[in-house]
Design a protein around this ligand. Structure first.
Ligand code: FAD
Ligand code: FES
Length: 272
């Protein structure tokens, strides 16, 4: 059996600057890694440490993976200094991703904000590749400013390629270049026409955005068990041994990071 603590040697194929504090790394592990959208990996920078990230790339591509990383501290600063040709370590995939098989024949509303658009990019690729399986797919994404908007160009391409998918974007603070909505992400959840009672709601983003988007979904009539949240708790082992990532009776690393709202709604720490 593979040692779950052993990182796989991984080459940095490319580094893409997304915004002033976010970069996407294109990675090639020496062994192909199969993941599903919503699962995470632990990325090790030799001599510095490791940190969890959710792949943002297409899960159907097995020999290459992208992670989109916001610079916030020690490990992520070093990740931002990596260059093409450098070597890192990668453990995973870890945890549970989005159960696409449970979404078949349903209407799906995907809501994301900020760095939460990274895991949702992997999810959108999976939805696009299987679009005939779902009754309807709706995407709502928000960021602070147009300059902070992850994958803005790519999402605009999606709009042209996938006309059946209703996509809208918003920023908290606009500028003259911004032609779409201005306001927090919940403002573009108004007026959505879908079967909320039986629909699937997927939310990923900073805790405050997840809280208000979840409340909005509940107001719209979504059921607790049909709302999926991606929980970013402090992690260490990543495999359910150390207890760092506890949410009530659950370990976010092993039982999540994707949870149904009905599983965790009674634990006050979910929005911390
Ligand atoms: C399952 C999972 C998936 C994740 N996926 C992604 C991803 O795809 N992309 C990504 O950029 N991040 C992701 N994160 C968050 C990422 O793991 C942390 O940002 C990272 O571990 C920080 O490590 P550090 O050593 O750079 O910061 P540290 O030195 O540990 O922290 C520095 C400071 O930043 C604060 N901080 C830590 N994390 C965050 C954060 N997320 N946002 C704001 N402030 C923070 C800390 O409280 C501390 O004050 C994910 C986390 C989890 C648990
Ligand atoms: S990170 Fe160790 S139990 Fe979850």
């Amino acid at each position: 059996m593979n040692n779950p603590y052993r990182p796989i040697k991984t080459e940095v194929l490319d580094v893409i600057t997304e915004t002033s504090n976010i970069k996407t790394l294109r990675l090639k592990p020496v062994e192909p890694i199969e993941f599903r959208a919503g699962q995470f990996i632990e990325l090790t920078v030799p001599g510095v440490g490791e940190a969890p990230f959710t792949p943002s790339s297409r899960s159907s591509v097995k020999d290459m993976m992208e992670v989109t990383v916001m610079k916030v501290g020690k490990v992520t600063e070093k990740i931002h200094e990596l260059k093409k040709g450098d070597t890192v370590g990668l453990r995973g995939p870890l945890g549970k991703g989005y159960p696409l098989e449970d979404f078949r024949n349903k209407e799906i509303l995907v809501v994301g904000g900020g760095c939460g658009l990274a895991p949702l990019r992997a999810l959108m690729y999976e939805l696009f590749e299987n679009i005939g399986d779902f009754k309807k797919v709706i995407y709502r994404g928000g960021c602070k400013t147009p300059q902070d908007f992850l994958y803005k160009k790519e999402i605009n391409e999606w709009k042209k390629e996938h006309k059946s998918v209703d996509m809208r974007l918003t920023v908290d603070k606009g500028d003259p270049t911004w032609k779409e909505n201005v306001g927090v992400v919940t403002t573009i959840m108004d007026g959505i026409s879908m079967d909320c009672k039986n629909g699937i709601g997927i939310v990923c983003g900073p805790p405050i955005a997840m809280k208000y988007a979840t409340m909005k979904l509940l107001d719209m009539g979504f059921q607790d068990e049909n709302i999926y949240l991606s929980m970013e708790k402090n992690m260490s082992c990543g495999i359910g041994k150390c207890g760092h990532c506890r949410i009530g009776i659950y370990y976010a690393c092993k039982d999540g990071p994707v949870f149904k709202y009905s599983q965790i709604k009674n634990y006050h720490e979910i929005w911390d």
